[in-house]
Design a binder for this molecule. Structure first.
Ligand SMILES: [Zn+2]
Length: 421
């Protein structure tokens, strides 16, 4: 998901860099663009049908294969070149540009949802409301990319840069951005990505230009365990965990840059009259600042040893001591796109030309990986109004004219960045 922590305006980008407003205005006023937009409008029912088809093909974390294969077929049906699945599971194909081969522009949406295998993903339709787990995030974006390809072709646009349209894996929590880690660090395109846009649910006014970083850990306290009556007085991982949770909850974090923490899961124990062998917590820390996230992590890492030592001092260790294991389970880097970067400036100019006020935001999405490497990327809303991401009653509300307007702005952004003629 794109978890937008806050919508903040980071200065006025139009003042800081060359403006592409005139180019954007010319594009939006062109006959070709009007043809492209008309194609999106004509395709509206097909886009919705594809959203339903893809939503009903479940795609749990690490199990995106079936949906990936379906989306690959859809990409191939649009006539893209070199349609492929990479070693990590990302599926993509290329719309050839007129320029020299080499640099590519990756336009992607993620295939994975947060829902486990077996979740009922049948889409319920009531009037203009479509509801099913995962329908918005990010399934609603995948068919929009297909519509972009058809619109570009119908209008006869040729991009200067090759555009790689992609459905990627591993965006959601447990996947820890594995699709993008592979793409930018190991995959065949890793040194060729000149521009990168990830589309997430939402309207076109939204540009995510900075990514909050996060660190996620599972901490397990262990101990000898025993009978609640017979072994009373020995150390218990439950008290160590309780102490650790309390200390974690008392950490002081800055409001700006926004820095937060959460205990998401607490688990352990076997029965009400047993002193547990193991108790664990799974925690999440996030910050918009790298220094602040590092400081938060350092403070957190000092807690488990302290809590274990306190428990070992408080009760008998005759049967054994309380120990702890700290496991890093998620690590998303902090990053941002430069406010004067061409990709961001062009996206803003398209919105200016369309008379839309850009709302900038921070979030955690596929763009975190390129941002952390200093590479230009943005995350945009693909067009639909969606609600309840990550909940079982996730839905989208259809509003045809507005949806078409918003999708067309996404397309115009891709066209301007790709320097399509
Ligand atoms: Zn998403």
């Amino acid at each position: 998901m794109l978890c937008t922590a806050a919508s903040i305006v980071l200065g006025s980008p139009a003042l800081a860099a060359p403006s592409y407003d005139a180019q954007a205005k010319a594009l939006l006023g062109s006959a070709k663009y009007k043809t492209a937009k008309a194609k999106i409008a004509a395709d509206y029912d097909r886009i919705i049908a594809d959203i339903i088809k893809l939503t009903e093909t479940e795609s749990p974390p690490f199990k995106e294969k079936t949906r990936g294969a379906l989306y690959k077929e859809m990409l191939a049906a649009e006539g893209l070149a070199d349609v492929t699945t990479d070693e990590e599971g990302n599926v993509y194909g290329t719309l050839k540009g007129s320029g020299a081969p080499g640099p590519v522009f990756v336009v992607t949406a993620h295939l994975d949802t947060v829902f486990p295998a077996g979740t009922n993903v049948k889409v319920k339709r009531e009037g203009n409301r479509l509801a099913a787990p995962g329908i918005g995030d990010d399934t609603s974006s995948l068919p929009v990319l297909l519509a972009f390809i058809r619109a570009i072709k119908a209008a006869g646009f040729t991009p200067a840069t090759d555009i790689v349209f992609m459905g990627n894996v591993g965006e959601e929590g447990p996947g820890d951005l594995r699709g993008m880690r592979y793409l930018f660090n190991k995959g065949p395109l890793k040194d060729r990505i000149k521009y990168f846009i990830s589309f997430e649910p939402g309207r076109a006014d939204r540009i995510t230009n900075a990514g909050a970083g996060s660190k996620r850990y599972k901490v397990t306290f262990t101990g000898p365990g025993g009978h609640s009556m017979g072994d009373f007085g020995i150390v218990s991982p439950a008290y160590a965990l309780g102490d650790a949770i309390k200390q974690f909850g008392e950490m002081k974090v800055p409001a700006k840059p926004k820095t937060v923490f959460n205990v998401g899961i607490v688990e352990g124990g076997t029965s009400v009259n047993s002193i547990p062998f193991a108790m664990a917590m799974t925690i999440d820390m996030r910050s918009e600042g790298k220094t602040e996230l590092d400081a938060e992590e350092k403070e957190f890492l000092a807690i488990p040893p302290r809590a274990a030592a306190a428990e070992n001092a408080a009760r008998s260790t005759a049967k054994g001591k309380v120990g702890y294991d700290i496991k890093l389970i998620g690590d998303r880097p902090v990053g941002a796109v430069a406010m004067d970067a061409e990709i961001l400036q062009k996206a803003v100019s398209v919105r200016n030309a369309a008379g839309i006020k850009t709302s900038f935001g921070t979030g955690s999405s596929d763009s975190n990986i390129p941002w952390s490497m200093g590479r230009p990327a943005i995350t945009l809303g693909s067009g639909f109004e969606t609600h309840g991401a990550h909940s079982l009653d996730e839905d989208m509300i259809l509003d045809k004219p507005t949806d078409i307007e918003n999708m067309a702005i996404g397309l115009a952004t891709v066209l301007l960045i790709a320097d399509a003629k």
